[in-house]
Design a protein around this ligand. Sequence first.
Ligand code: HEM
Length: 128
Amino acid sequence: MIDNLMVYYPHIKFIHLFSVMIWSMSAVGAYVYYFRTTLFAAKKDPHNMELQRRLIWAYEQFDKTVVFEHIAFPVVLITGLLMFFMAGWSIDSQWLLINLGIVIGFFIPLEILDISCSGNKNFETSRE
Ligand code: HEM
């Protein structure tokens, strides 16, 4: 059964790496290149209503990239675990052990915090 599934291993690896890219770059890219620029411009000129309107719009678009990020992360975890079991990887591989240490010790708690902040209405209000 697993041997038959191994033909899909490269596809799963592709989805794994593609999701890693979406997870790690979507929100950061949107923040650095679009949202931060708009935020600074609106802060410099707080009475400019057009800039304030654009800031709200940029905020809404930025929130959409955060949704992408939160979908991509579980896909990374699921496809990673699939490859782990399918190909008989073990934590004898040092890179995988270090990877899992970082994922479990840092990325998963970070994402839980991130998701709980995004869903927290009080946090939303305090940002406005
Ligand atoms: C945020 C979390 C993760 C990131 C950023 C990440 C990143 C990567 C990257 C960049 C590779 C390609 C390595 C290469 O081919 O040189 C890779 C491969 C791999 N990842 Fe992940 N990974 C993550 C989570 C996981 C998890 C949770 C597992 C599950 C145990 C996992 C299992 C694997 C396996 C087995 C491969 C090797 C595929 C192969 O070479 O055939 N990953 N990962």
